[in-house]
Design a protein around this ligand. Sequence first.
Ligand code: SF4
Length: 333
Amino acid sequence: MLLKFAMIRATIKRFEEKALKGEGLSYDEGCELINLPVSHFFDILASSEKVRKFFKGNEVNLCSIINAKSGLCAENCTFCSQSVHYDTGVKTYPMTEPQKIVETAKAASLNGAREFSIVTSGTSVNKDSDVAVLIEALKNMKNEMPVERCASLGIMNAETLQKLKDAGLQSYHHNLETARSFFPNICTTHDYEEDVNTVRTAKRLGLYTCCGGVFGLGESREQRVELATTLRGLDVDSIPINFLNPRPGTPLENANNLTPIECLKIIALFRFMLPAKDIVICGGRQANLRDMQCLIFAAGANGMMIGNYLTTLGRPPEEDLQMVKDLGLTPKR
Ligand code: SF4
């Protein structure tokens, strides 16, 4: 028994040393890590925190979003309350006025957000009038405040992304949502490769790429490792990690696949597999981690979303800022 305990600790130490060299764990090593017994949970966190500190120091990236166009999406992602395929009662509205986007960004900046993302529902943004709104909002954000400008607009072509980049877009967010092998279980209205191509296009245009997924959809632990491996192959810059907060009316409304410890192990897995990248905890943080939220940084995250989510409320930004301060961390400016 004692020998087994010592062997597992030695394995975690070996993974830590590998990650500190900037080498992510292999697929097999990732599977070994995420399947380690819960009795070693704090050993994993002690190592993932060392790796996070080594690459990211004490700074924490805080980001915030606006849901600039809500609901009526033609896609059928089973976790999403904005899909037209499900009766969720979510509020729907067309593209928000540019002034409102800019005002929301300004408020987020004053609340401590370093990055602000304009998020829209739908397969993609391709109407000229919608693109014009985004261009005006991005230009004004660039002139009026210090936030890093991000957008999440679905599957996009290079021409439109370039126009937005010319207007001031710095970062593009597009989640792959889950592993390729599990994707047909959560979406059948578009192909995984279309998402991958959007990320590749954003990267080719020189945009900082934010690309991660949602966990707790019913995927296996190995499929979480598969997603991490895919993201490493794409060389994305930042990995947003979302935990499913089941929405009434969606096919996953009764899903209950995560515990706080499982969520923290997922964060640690991504830190060990993509040691030098930004790892940002987004939707479902409060609902899934509950009183263990402050451990996200020990697990390896170096950022989190503050303020409200797309269709659910977050806790007040002051509480998150206090948590960061209490941990001896500093918001990155
Ligand atoms: S996750 Fe995005 S693409 Fe999927 S249904 Fe929701 S808004 Fe549409």
